[in-house]
Design a binder for this molecule. Sequence first.
Ligand SMILES: C[C@@H](Nc1nc2c(c3cc(-c4cn[nH]c4)ccc13)C(=O)N=C/C2=C\CC1CC1)C(C)(C)C
Length: 324
Amino acid sequence: QDRGAAVAVRQEVDANGKTVARYIKKGVRDFSFGNTLGEGSYSTVVFATDRQTLKEYAIKILDKRHIIKEKKVKYVNIEKDTLNRLTDHPGIVRLYYTFQDERSLYFVLDLCKGGELLGVLKRMTTFDEECTRFYGAQILDTIDYMHKRGVIHRDLKPENVLLDHQMYVKITDFGTAKILKTRRPEESTSSIPPIDSSDLPEEERASSFVGTAEYVSPELLTEKNACKASDLWAFGCIIYQLLAGRPPFKAGNEYQTFQKIVQLDYEFPIGFPAVARDLVERLLVLEPARRLQIEHIKNHEFFDGISWGAELWKQKAPRLKAYV
Ligand SMILES: C[C@@H](Nc1nc2c(c3cc(-c4cn[nH]c4)ccc13)C(=O)N=C/C2=C\CC1CC1)C(C)(C)C
């Protein structure tokens, strides 16, 4: 029986008249399922409505046999642990409950009616600077939150950036995330700047190959190690792609794409905005420790006008316009 958090409590009177709390777990029968929203490699995400509250959710359904056969149990647990750890930020897809039946595992999550950022970008071909600035800022604010909680995403890409009903960013797909070991307690005071994992000893850095070819960082290809700066490499690729309409490193096959990455072989299309170009050039740096860190990115001229923090998640999302 899945020991996921009990989600409701009902007062009941037991045999000898004592009032007891009865913990109720949600199950498949509590939801009515609708269309498939997306297909992952080991999962299907389906629209669902809670029969009691009529609230709408996305439910990720994983076939247990398939996961065991494909040895993906580790990834399922990493995703659940990561989502349970990243619970109070608007830019992270929220996990409400988990339950299972004999065949499947179910993750009940935020419904993101805007779908995948990649789909929106394809329909627009490109984003203009204002849209790139807004979506870049929400993505960066969310990466900052993840990193401060010791989580590296490791597979950031436009497909994993979803949009909710307000067209706000919701980052998802944490199956390949890495949870860094928590720091020794005496170093947890805020006076000491957060350790960037790139200056941690080898064994404290993430160490297993993941990622999608076009967004994989050079250090993952050469040393098999991802660090927080790897997410900022992917961030640089996303900023480039929003304005250019294509990722900076793309070749005929994965191997050729990897070659372009380790050789830093990419160029900017004519007309690519100069300030954005400066930012991308400071992110797509082969040496992780020399890549811009989050505080510097926030202060970069490209993000002039962005008020970081709560305001960023209150203002209206800009109307989507293409960069012409
Ligand atoms: C990237 C992902 N695609 C999607 N994942 C999620 C969606 C989602 C929604 C639409 C959509 C909504 N309206 N129209 C399209 C299209 C694709 C979606 C959602 O609403 N809530 C949570 C999701 C995922 C959370 C889970 C990973 C923890 C893949 C392709 C892997 C299934």
